[in-house]
Design a protein around this ligand. Sequence first.
Ligand SMILES: Nc1ncnc2c1ncn2[C@@H]1O[C@H](COP(=O)(O)OP(=O)(O)OP(=O)(O)O)[C@@H](O)[C@H]1O
Ligand SMILES: Nc1ncnc2c1ncn2[C@@H]1O[C@H](COP(=O)(O)OP(=O)(O)OP(=O)(O)O)[C@@H](O)[C@H]1O
Ligand SMILES: [Mg+2]
Ligand SMILES: [Mg+2]
Lengths: 238, 238
Amino acid sequence: MRSIVLANQKGGVGKTTTAIHLAHGFALAGRRVLLMDLDPQGNASVAVQGMLSEDAPKGPHEWMVPVAERLWLLPSAGGEAVQSGEATIDTGRLQAFVAGLEGEIDVLIVDCPPRMDEWGWAGIQLCEEVIVPVQAEFFSMHGLSQMMSSLEQAAKRYPGKGKLRGVLPTMVDTNEAVAKEILEDLSHNLKGLLLNTVIFRDSCLVEAASHGQSVFVHSPWSKGALCYTELVQEIIDG
Amino acid sequence: MRSIVLANQKGGVGKTTTAIHLAHGFALAGRRVLLMDLDPQGNASVAVQGMLSEDAPKGPHEWMVPVAERLWLLPSAGGEAVQSGEATIDTGRLQAFVAGLEGEIDVLIVDCPPRMDEWGWAGIQLCEEVIVPVQAEFFSMHGLSQMMSSLEQAAKRYPGKGKLRGVLPTMVDTNEAVAKEILEDLSHNLKGLLLNTVIFRDSCLVEAASHGQSVFVHSPWSKGALCYTELVQEIIDG
Ligand SMILES: Nc1ncnc2c1ncn2[C@@H]1O[C@H](COP(=O)(O)OP(=O)(O)OP(=O)(O)O)[C@@H](O)[C@H]1O
Ligand SMILES: Nc1ncnc2c1ncn2[C@@H]1O[C@H](COP(=O)(O)OP(=O)(O)OP(=O)(O)O)[C@@H](O)[C@H]1O
Ligand SMILES: [Mg+2]
Ligand SMILES: [Mg+2]
């Protein structure tokens, strides 16, 4: 089973949007996929609400909610408990749950909150690969070096986990002069770590989310859908 | 002394951008202002790096860094300690520091990280007023009701603190159909809680940040500068 976590302690960089579309994209490409929502805010869970089908086949485990063909969701553990910050995470139990899915699921995609606390670290402990979405803007660049050193720490603490698969530029607005400058900086500073795919800004992604659907369902020929198709193709082969 | 905190556990909604421009705007309008960076990521601290002037008059306290005329920064307590999540916050010490500034500072503006943990709560304990920036998009709406009930809890726990001054729509893109729909939903559902000012999407705000300057310095006649001027005018009178 392949396992990929979306992590970045900077907020609003497209972690949830990328997690949903990687998961749905892999399922459309024929893999059996579990999307795990480790953000107590539960944005990934609500963003696919419009796709849930009552009559879809149940998953290999009762916690898994069917979302689309070959795509299941493990909804956020958050909800009421989040108010008081009480929601805690039982990483051991999650690891046992994931181990039990070997052979039933081909790909695990995990969404995390914007912080490297017990929720953020749990995501990295569960997955072998990490994709770090970054907005082509200043604050994200500032936080990126911190994110990279958190991943180096993770590799030591949890051998075989948290290997950086690549950094993904998101919400790139070709009209913004700064975005071009930052993309050049990124490919210069990160050398081989930058993914080839660039996700352009597209309001269809915002609209799809407000309908609780993936963009592949809501507007399959949009710029956002094409960008994420390209990402799935880049990641699916290795 | 007036005290305003920018809070929302949803990431990337414009907390830091709004904190910087409220602080600089109040200073330009003649108030003596302290911008306090309570986010260990320290984005507010780096975003005004380009404005720091060596020869500006020292502030009323040695921790305060002069940024512009009548504007000082209390830099983030984060830095190295954040890697391991060790940075902790001594709220008692911060409250004593703020109390000591009475008569020296007219306005305190506090930036917070995207979470209601010890850092998020410290910001609310320090301030009488809260402004909640929201992006006109789906995930922000979903988190808003959680944010509102956190504020109700805060009002009980810390009497006189954390009173909602208003909800501020940010990064509004008039081309996105969804944004108009959500703005209508917001003013319908929130009745008197929505501020009159709307902050439109403007790449000048992104560019200003990458130069470490406020938009009032970087591009004073931009859409972003005009929006934030309007916000300062709406808030300064009450
Ligand atoms: N390529 C894009 N074009 C336009 N809007 C986008 C794009 N990607 C994401 N968005 C929108 O930007 C906002 C932030 O994205 P998202 O919530 O996925 O980020 P996140 O990193 O998961 O945030 P958080 O840190 O709160 O978890 C959302 O409204 C989303 O719909
Ligand atoms: N009105 C706007 N138009 C265009 N870009 C904006 C606007 N406001 C903020 N931004 C950009 O959007 C990104 C997110 O804003 P910002 O970092 O202020 O949000 P935040 O809520 O403080 O994020 P975090 O949750 O990580 O603390 C930044 O790149 C910022 O420059
Ligand atoms: Mg998210
Ligand atoms: Mg911020």
